[in-house]
Ligand binder design. Structure first.
Ligand SMILES: [Zn+2]
Ligand SMILES: [Zn+2]
Ligand SMILES: [Zn+2]
Length: 166
């Protein structure tokens, strides 16, 4: 069971390694679909400014979504109750025929809505208290219109609009 045929030379460490030592790359157009560098070198390479710069270029293209997803995850790690509220809606849409925001009208500008805003906050009893809004209005709601007498504290009783997204 000699695996001599499936080896690849890593141009960085200059060692001929088994292809198991190389990760499969989705972006690589090479016919073996393997990353140029071996796993070990790639790990090191990922920490170089050169690689980071390349990532930045990527982020402006199709990588952008992925990057945003990570930012989104961080955001929800910080505000887990917002994720729960969002998930509750997603669940209703999926299984209980709750209308998709895209089928509704933004309550503010009357254009097509894109998301739901939790206008009563994110506590469990208000998970389904949402208003369809477009992304632009949603951003506006969270960035500027904070009801008077309301500090930055989310989830207070009279909280109609809570700082930040969703
Ligand atoms: Zn290597
Ligand atoms: Zn709108
Ligand atoms: Zn909102």
């Amino acid at each position: 069971m000699a695996d001599e045929t499936i080896t690849k030379r890593c141009p960085r460490c200059k060692i001929i390694k088994s292809t198991n030592e190389f990760s499969i790359s989705r972006f690589n157009t090479a016919k073996d679909k393997l990353q140029t560098y071996c796993k070990l070198c790639h790990k090191i390479f990922r920490q170089t400014p050169q690689y980071r710069k390349r990532q930045k270029v990527y982020s402006k293209t199709k990588k952008g979504r992925e990057i945003r997803l990570i930012a989104c995850k961080k955001y929800y790690a910080k505000y887990p109750e917002r994720l729960q509220a969002k998930n509750a809606i997603a669940y209703q849409i999926r299984y209980y025929g709750f209308p998709k925001p895209s089928t509704l009208m933004c309550v503010l500008c009357k254009k097509q809505a894109q998301e739901y805003h939790h206008y009563l906050g994110y506590t469990k009893e208000h998970w389904l208290d949402v208003r369809p809004v477009c992304k632009i209005c949603h951003k506006k709601i969270h960035s500027s219109i904070v009801p008077s007498g309301l500090s930055e504290q989310p989830n207070t009783e009279q909280c109609k609009v809570v700082a930040s997204q969703c």
